[in-house]
Write a protein that binds this ligand. Structure first.
Ligand code: SF4
Length: 484
């Protein structure tokens, strides 16, 4: 692999590097055909546009000319400067806001503005703000003291002022030097041990293939960055080695770092064995899946949410009127999507959900993971449901995720719905879809729902996706029964 010493560093590359060193390297040298689109970046961009839209003022302009004319807001400025020796650093600054100061243009200056998603300001946002602050300082010949970070909280745009400190400056320059070293290297940095970051990365498929081939410990469900380090310390560096070690030996060694590590040693070994041999391992052979076996029918329940405004916008149900031993005819499955357009229309949503649950009173409610029961019970409590009502609903829930974890060790990297459904051979009707994609469809639909075309297209896509989530849950439940 050739390296390119003259490649300029830009804010996009720095962002990638802060997320994962390997990602930055792949952005330059990786085979672009292996990169795939994720809804996450579009969600981020749309969120940024929403936030910046809020800054809109009468006095605005585009490019450096807007600064020269002293406009309140300047959009789309591209700057470059050798922030570190012999290396041009380029910045694509979407928005600058006018503030006090003494710049080359008069008695005012400009400060950088960013938008963020998520709960807290991250290292990535602080360093990017610092970098853009330095570029503006160089342009206007006046030091930027503070930058602004916008974020949305319950549909309201909030503004945080971040002081650009000397420590941030030092951290930025160190990061740029390390990034430079990485992109001058002929080989890519290793796969990150914090594989959670990979969920939203467009290079995921490429890195997954390599990690599986090389037997990386981070591939084993239950091993995060910290645990991988502990295993390395005791001489276990790949899945094969973990699969071969005796349980009592591993427990003894891991107990030294805390019993929480020793306690899951058996689970880790079994998981490694399952993944390295590509075989399923049954865990609870004596226990029975009583409530799944005895039910004469089921409701299956799945929610789609907008996490930024804590809004569960779709409560999807499917119903099957018979037990899980019979063949399931997917075409005959009845799907009911209950939409909740706004957070303040919960009252009518709760009535519709209650009607559905009461209508199928004897049926257990299957779901995958803890989100659905937590959200539904909270909704009930907010709408004044009695303790008896809540308890009765609680008893009907069967978490298929918990059952899978209790009964089986499977050759999968994680036990999420997508991963397990894929393992048992279920395919979503729409390819390359996930929760982020559904959220993107939802937000696009909300904005454009008066245009009939997009109205039905996006909403139908969300319904199809949610229906398939429900069916995937059902098929995993059936798989559990079929293995008995
Ligand atoms: S998939 Fe993971 S390891 Fe690979 S580049 Fe992305 S974040 Fe880094």
């Amino acid at each position: 692999m050739k390296c390119n010493k003259s490649k300029p560093i830009n804010d996009h590359l720095l962002r990638s590097w802060i997320r994962c060193r390997r990602k930055a390297w792949l952005e330059i040298y990786g085979d672009k055909q292996k990169k795939f689109w994720t809804a996450h970046s579009t969600l981020q961009l749309n969120h940024q546009i929403d936030c910046f839209h809020n800054l809109a003022q009468k006095s605005y302009g585009i490019g450096i000319q807007a600064c020269e004319e002293g406009k309140n807001i300047a959009y789309g400025i591209r700057l470059q400067y050798p922030l570190i020796k012999n290396r041009i650093i380029k910045g694509n600054l979407p928005v600058l806001r006018k503030t006090s100061g003494e710049s080359i243009w008069g008695s005012f200056s400009y400060q950088p503005v960013l938008a963020r998603q998520g709960k807290k300001v991250t290292r990535e946002q602080r360093l990017i703000l610092m970098m853009t602050g330095l570029l503006i300082s160089d342009l206007q010949k006046y030091q930027v003291q503070k930058g602004l970070i916008l974020h949305k909280e319950n549909e309201i745009i909030k503004v945080e002022k971040i002081r650009l400190s000397e420590n941030m400056n030092i951290e930025l320059r160190e990061s740029l030097l390390n990034l430079e070293k990485d992109i001058e290297s002929k080989t890519p940095p290793p796969i990150t041990s914090n594989r959670k970051k990979c969920t939203i990365c467009s290079w995921r498929k490429d890195c997954d293939t390599l990690a599986i081939k090389e037997g990386y410990l981070s591939e084993v469900s239950g091993i995060g960055a910290k645990r991988e380090l502990l295993l390395n310390k005791i001489g276990i560096n790949n899945i094969e080695a973990l699969a071969k070690i005796k349980h009592y030996k591993l427990k003894e060694k891991l107990d030294k770092f805390g019993t929480q590590h020793g306690d899951i040693s058996k689970q880790l070994i079994l998981q490694a064995q399952s993944q390295s041999t590509n075989k399923v391992i049954k865990l609870n052979t004596a226990k029975e899946l009583k409530n799944l076996k005895q039910a004469k029918g089921f409701l299956i329940y799945d929610i789609e949410s907008d996490p930024d405004i804590k809004h569960d916008f779709l409560h999807g149900f499917i119903r099957i009127p018979n037990n899980l031993y019979k063949e399931i005819n997917l075409k005959k499955i009845k799907y009911s999507p209950l939409l909740n357009l706004k957070k303040d229309t919960e009252n009518s949503l709760w009535k519709r959900i209650k009607r559905k649950l009461n209508h199928h009173e004897g049926l257990p409610i299957l779901h995958y993971g803890e989100t659905e029961p937590i959200s539904l019970l909270k909704l009930g409590l907010r709408q004044g449901a009695s303790t008896d009502e809540i308890e009765a609903i609680k008893k009907r829930f069967i978490d298929i995720h918990v059952l899978i974890r209790e009964y089986w060790c499977l050759p999968v990297r994680n036990y999420g719905l997508k991963s397990i459904a894929e393992f048992i051979g279920f395919e979503w009707e729409q390819s390359n879809t996930d929760g982020a994609r559904a959220l993107l469809w939802w937000r696009q639909w909300k904005k454009s729902r008066r245009l009939n075309n997009i109205y039905s297209k996006n909403l139908n896509a969300i319904f199809k996706y949610n229906r398939d989530d429900c069916i995937a849950t059902l098929m995993i439940a059936k798989w559990l029964i079929d293995q008995e």
